[in-house]
Design a binder for this molecule. Sequence first.
Ligand code: ARG
Length: 587
Amino acid sequence: MFVVRDEIEKELKKAFKKLGYDENLVVLAYANNPAVADYQCNSCFAVSKKYNEKPNEVGEKIVEAMKGNKNFEMSFAFPGFINIRLTNEYLSKIANLTLEDNKIMLKKPEKKLKIVMDYGGANIAKELHMGHLRSPIIGEALYRLNKLMGHEVISDTHLGDWGTQIGLTLAQLEEDGYLEGYFKRGENKEITLETLNEEYPKASKRKNVDLKFKEKADEITLKVQQKKEPYFKIYSDVRKLSVAAIKKNYLTLGCHFDLWYGESTAYPYIERSVNIFKDKHLARESEGALVVDVAREGENIKIEKKSEDEVQRYKNPMPPLIIKKYNDGDVYATTDIATILMRNETYDPDKIIYVVDYRQDLHFERVFRACKLAGISKESQELVHVAYGTMNGPDGKAFKTRSGDVIKLEDVINLIKSKAEERLKENGIVDNEKLAMQIGVAALKFGDLINVVYKDYVFDLDKFSSFEGKTGPYIQYTGARISSLLRKAKEDVGKISIEQSEERNIAINIIKLYESFTTSYQENSLNSLCLALYNLASAYSQFYNNIKVLQEADEKKRKSYLALSKLVHSCLVLGLDILGIEMPEKM
Ligand code: ARG
C-alpha cells in the first residue's frame, strides 16, 4: 500500500512533533490553486491559536522544518496556508510503481468485513421498468467497490415474490380462465410474460374499486404464503417465468447477483422471528395486526383525533411497525425481518447494505430498529440503507413516456443501444452490436452514477451518450484512443519520467483517482469516482493534443510517453470496471 496523502501527513506530523506542536492538528486538503500547488496544509491557524504564535510564523517554521524533503516542496502562503507541491521525481516514482501494480495506491480498510448486499429487488409478476434501473446500477458498483476494498461481499437480489401483487395477479389469471387445469376444471391457457404484463396492471386497478376482488386476492396471497395447493404450484410456475425475464434484463445491464433469493426464501424464518418479538414482549396487538413500537423517547407524538373514525396520525413520522397483518398474512416488514434473521444465521455478516429508493427510508429505519430491539441484529452489526433519489424526465417529474406510461426496462435498453449506434455511425462504425451495447450501458450507468446518490437527476440520453464531456462514452473513447496509440507504436513502453506540465497533471489526477475510491467507498456514492475518472481522461486528452507521442525522436522520452499512456489506460479500466462498465478496444 502506498497512499500519497498518508505519506504527506506522516512527514507533516514528524515536522509538527519536531516543533513541539500537537500532531493531531495536521489538516491536509487539495490545493485551492492547482497551478501553484497540489495539496495544502491548513493547520496554521489552529496551531497559532493553541500555541499563541502568529500564523505566518507557524507556517514559516513548518516549511523550514520540512526543508530538504525530496518528495515535497513546501512554501508558505499568506495568511496561513502551506502549499505542497509533489516533486517530479516523486511523481515519476509513484507513476512507475502504479504501472507495475495498479492497486498499490488503493487505501484498503484495515479490517476485512463480511458484507451482504441487497439490491435489484425486482418484483415477480410486475414488469421491470425505468424506475428499476437505479438499484441494480448503484448496487452493482458498490458491490464491486467493496470487493476492491478487500471485503467479502455476497449479493442477493431479494426478489419481491411474497407480497400482495402475487394474489392480485393470480386472482386475475383465475378469473380470466388461465388456470382451469390447475383446478382440474379443464385446460390451462398458456401464460406468457405478455400475459403477466397485462394481468397485473388490470388487477392492480381493480383492487381499488372492487372490494370483493381485493378480498379474494388477499386470500390467495395468504394461501400462497401458507404454501396451499394448487395456488403454490401456480405461484411457483409464474415465479419461474418472471425470474427468467428479470435475469435476462439484469444481465444485459451487467448486473450480477450471487444469490437469487427472494422474500419467499425467508419463509422458514418468519414464525421464529415473529416469536422473538412475542417472547421478549416487544410486540402488541393493534386493530388485529401485530405491531412493534420502535419510536424512541420523544418521538411518536400523537396528534389528537378530531373524530372517532379518523385514522390515528403522528407528529413525528415514527409509527409502530406492523409485522403481521389482520389476517395473519405477512407484510413487507415481516419478510425483511425474517431475511435479516436468515442472513445472520447463514452468513453472520458485519454489515448489510440495502440499495433501495429513498421513499423506503422509514420502512428500513423501523425494520433496523426492530431488529436491534429484538437482538436479531447484534449491536455491532451495521445496517445501512443507501437511499437513492429519483430518475426524472426533463420536466423534473419521474420519467414517463409521452403517453404518460412508465418506460419498460427492455425499451430503455433498446433506446440506449440505438442511441449508441447513432453515435458510432458518426464515427464510421456500423453493425457492431456488442460495441453499441457496451457504449449504451456506459452512457446509462455513468449518467446515473455521476450524481450524488441521494439526489434526483434528469435522465437525458442525448447528453449521457455524447463522446465528449462528463460521460461514460467519453471515458471509453479516451481509453480506446490509448489502445490505438499503443497498437500503432509497435514498441515496448519504457520507464515513466514526469517532466512537463501535461504529464504532471496526469500524475496528480491519477493520485486523485485513487483517493476517490476511498471517498466513494466511505460515502456509498460513486460520484467522486466518476468525476475523478473524467478529470483523468481530460488530463490525458490535453496531453494527447499537445504532445506528439509517436513523432518524438528521443527514444527515452517516447517510451516514457507510451508508458504513461498505458498507465492511464489501466487506471481508466480499473475505475470503469468498478462502475460496471466495459472498456472497448476500438470506438
Ligand atoms: N421489491 C422491493 C420494491 O420493489 C425492493 C426490495 C428491496 N429490498 C429489501 N430487502 N426490502 O420496492
